[in-house]
Design a binder for this molecule. Sequence first.
Ligand SMILES: *Cc1c(COP(=O)(O)O)cnc(C)c1O
Length: 387
Amino acid sequence: MQKEKYRLQLPGPTPVPPRVQLAMSRPMIGHRDPDCAQLVQDLSERLRPIFGTPNPVLLLTGSGTSALEAAAANTVSEGEEAAVVVSGAFGDRFAQILDSMQVKVHRLDIEWGKACRPEELADFLKQHSRVKAVFLTFCETSTGVLNPIPELAREVREHTEALTIVDGVSCIGGTPAKAEEWGVDILVTGSQKALMLPPGLAFAAVSDRAWKRVEANTHPRYYLDFRQYRKSLEKANTPNTPAVSLFFGLEEVLNMLEEEGLENVYARHRLMRDILRKGIEALGLPLLTENRDASPTVTAVKGGADWSVEDLRKELRQLGVRVAGGQQRLKGKVFRIGHMGYADPLDMLSTLSALEVALKRIGAPVETGAGMKAAEEEWIRVSRVNH
Ligand SMILES: *Cc1c(COP(=O)(O)O)cnc(C)c1O
């Protein structure tokens, strides 16, 4: 196999489009140069529809987790109470961050593979109405669940005075988000998932209501202090040297998203999810999540009784397809296919084809072509409905 020709079907990092790669090779500019100021202002405004916020989006240099930590450090302090909905490894990460800050964490643990239901959150918050913030995960990357954020945010408003803080790292840019309309106070993401950039940038949309808390919060912070980012943004700047090359790339990503149209981008992601799921089902492999909870950006598939998930991943790697394994308690039990950003329906067919070959090679009882056939039929069915 050619070493450079492989398919990155991971839930991050995701493939970078050639024109974005090219944009990032532009000569460096000074981060206090007027050209950079123009760029910062432009990016923070053009990102707004992707988050559904009326406010300029904060641009942080750091991986997605830096935005999770920033969201926590700017809104809650030691000794205060916070609720975290843990539906997988990334909800757990939020809880760990809050634990490290000595915040009193109330965890609502949801069975991995399932979404949090609004009633469950409502019952939980009735017992913990003093919480200052409720931390939610939009797409739980470890399971492929898309939590129903609009409904969950409504329950937070109904039962508490708390802020609603959402980790949207593995879906923002691949699924609609309306932070303001839904009552989400902070919505964050990172660059290397649906935004088709290399790792290194994180983003935060902050509501007016959240800004009041950010101003008043006493937790110590420096690099991740939202107040500094806002002050700098007023001068079209960032507090420190940002990842300027990624800004060049982001500008090109926004061009691409605007050219395709956000609604079309989201429809493409739903289509990828649906044809992939049909294909996997037809191969007789169990999906971890039910259809109603399935994220348009990542799909988790359970392993079989007579073959190992890790053997399958090794075989797929040989064929030039990179898929992710399970995290924490799902390690060795599932594999995960990312389908976000620079990805299209044909990528799902090539993934299914490789999956069929790899499964055969490890001796799994599958019928070659069955997944491809079901996926193609779903693709055809959806195109008929849309014409
Ligand atoms: C990838 C991801 C993150 C951030 O991970 P980093 O490695 O810090 O970029 C956070 N939350 C979710 C849901 C993710 O998928």
